[in-house]
Design a protein around this ligand. Sequence first.
Ligand code: 5RP
Length: 223
Amino acid sequence: MTQDELKQAVAKAAADYVAANVPPGSIVGVGTGSTANFFIDELAKIKDRVAATVASSEATKKRLEGHGIKVLDLNEVSRMPVYVDGADEITAKLEMVKGGGGALTREKIVAAVADRFVCVCDQSKLVGTLGSFPLPVEVIPMARAYVAREVEKLGGQPKLREGFVTDNGNLILDVHGLAITDPAGFETRLNQIVGVVTNGLFACRGADLLLLATPDGVRSMTR
Ligand code: 5RP
């Protein structure tokens, strides 16, 4: 199976999960990236079961609306049973690195409101230790150089994502050279650097369910 076929399979499994577990008329949080895009296309097939969605990026909002799916501002929503999104890396403890698409801050905010985070990945994303994928850190533009120096003190090699501005008008430093043994501690430590908006570690609030696509089928994993 190709990687796209695996993503397609896991996206279908996530839509089945929504249809089976989310009360009709609920609001669903939707992530960003190629796997999330496959999920949006599957969600479109069951859109009558969903009252509306909340999008984690402008790109996701556009794709949802393109399917005729209603998208709400998060401030209008107090209850969301599920958030579905991909990841760049995930461990068996369901701690993740996210933000390859640069949407990490909105993803973390929408996930915070949801009761459950369902992560959808192909098997290449499952790792023993987080950090081989460069860790994205969203920074306020005037703090870019300061944050880079502070990240170096923590052992990382930050690299500005050239030509990229987030939906929030900020910059991304991709931090190379990490082997993250304490994901929740490192997530908290990075967020204490003044000028950091947030970082792509999702460990303090990890996923609740991983749907992992393998050539033998979609596996369900919980913590
Ligand atoms: C975007 C993300 C994505 O979930 C992550 O990059 C995985 O993307 P893909 O499904 O394309 O592999 O965090 O900010």
